[in-house]
Design a protein around this ligand. Structure first.
Ligand code: 13P
Ligand code: 13P
Ligand code: MG
Ligand code: MG
Length: 368
């Protein structure tokens, strides 16, 4: 086990049933998850644990000293989601257990359905962290904001004026198809990085580290897709978290990246592009065409492993403009109906009737 200063923050999420349809997590599921984490704190498995939600996804935010991929922590998350699934089944909620892809826990939730963002780090005297949780979305959704936070001086002024950030950041980028990763250092390899991460359906930023000393700065939930590469099972509403201040981006510089509601994959049936709308906690109820996609931001100070917070960081009129813009973009995209680029390219759609249609009509194609 790690020394007492080394802390692990594990954010593990799953959709195990919701109401009405894919709109939001039922309060009974939230209560069950809180009960499970509370017991784990009492037993000493966790230092602290909180349960958050974004739309229909439950997010377990947990601190402990067992390191990343610790069996005990992953089992706790799995058992919690199983307990919530039982509640969801009783209430006949929609998609009960939808993100639990296998029947039995096998040591690690990676590849079993739940999304995982985990990082081990030495807690600083003051440790601000922002946890981002999204719904009706896909892992590549974090590429643009992570790029802006850690490589764009028009978003993060600290890249220019903070000596610890001036040497830039290293980005670990995962190839979702090949399940291989590459580390690219910015600003030196900035244009190489953009060639990859601009392709959000193929490459996803997994981790960001400060270049001068390798200090971990951000981590995103891409593991599930890495593990099931080759048999892609569709969209995974992602989570990520970012450490802030004192040689890392200020909280304001982190949040600035979300003032622009960029287009992401994952809206309706996981098969449409839409704008990522930054929401207050209680606004994360995607309804119009099951969307538009949402992101919430929970701010914490970590004190000896305890989670001081959450602060609802999008609860600020400064994001009213982004929300209005997202609604405007949503209307514009919806007017395309079943046409690309609102609908995803054929190979990226989560639902498709194409094989059946092609099977029926293939003989009617005539060579031109
Ligand atoms: P620190 O470098 O002390 O984190 O302050 C920077 C800041 O708050 C940027 O807004
Ligand atoms: P979730 O992935 O959030 O369950 O959404 C399913 C969907 O695509 C609803 O239209
Ligand atoms: Mg759902
Ligand atoms: Mg969801």
């Amino acid at each position: 086990m790690a020394d007492t200063k080394t802390l692990t923050l594990s954010v593990i999420k799953a959709d195990v049933g919701s109401y009405t349809g894919h709109n939001r997590v039922h309060p009974d599921l939230m209560a069950k998850a809180r009960e499970c984490l509370h017991e784990a704190v009492t037993r000493g498995t966790l230092i602290d644990g909180q349960v958050m939600r974004c739309g229909d996804d439950i997010n377990l935010i947990m601190t402990h000293r067992r390191g990343v991929e610790a069996t005990e922590i992953h089992k706790l998350a799995w058992d919690t989601f199983m307990a919530c699934t039982a509640v969801a089944k009783k209430l006949h909620l929609y998609g009960a257990g939808q993100d639990l892809l296998v029947d039995a826990f096998a040591g690690n939730v990676k590849g079993m359905g739940p999304g995982v963002a985990e990082m081990e780090f030495v807690e600083r005297p003051s440790e601000p962290v922002v946890v981002f949780m999204a719904d009706k979305c896909a892992p590549g959704a974090w590429n643009l904001p992570l790029y802006r936070i850690f490589a764009d001086p028009f978003c993060n002024a600290g890249l220019v004026i903070d000596p610890k950030m001036h040497e830039g950041f290293d980005f670990v980028v995962l190839d979702l198809v090949k399940a291989a990763s590459i580390t690219l250092s910015c600003p030196a390899e900035l244009y190489d990085l953009l060639m990859f991460i601009g392709a959000v359906n193929r490459y996803a930023i997994k981790q960001v580290r400060r270049h001068i000393d390798g200090e971990p700065a951000a981590v995103a939930s891409t593991q599930k897709l890495a593990h099931i590469a080759g048999k892609y099972v569709g969209k995974d509403d992602p989570v990520m978290f970012v450490r802030a201040q004192a040689g890392l981006p200020g909280v304001g510089e982190v949040m600035e990246a979300f003032a622009f509601p960029h287009l992401v994959e994952g809206w309706n049936r996981g098969s449409h592009h839409g704008p990522l709308m930054p929401c207050r906690f209680e606004m994360a109820n995607p309804t119009r065409f099951d969307g538009p996609p949402r992101v919430v931001a929970a701010g914490y100070q970590i004190a000896d492993g305890k989670l001081i917070g959450p602060v609802d960081l999008f609860d600020d009129p400064a994001y009213d403009g982004a929300r209005a813009k997202a609604n405007e973009i949503a209307e514009y995209m919806r007017r395309h109906g079943p046409f690309q680029p609102h609908r995803l390219p054929l190979e990226d759609m989560e639902y498709t009737t194409m094989p059946a249609i092609m099977g029926r009509l293939k003989d009617r194609f005539r060579a031109e």
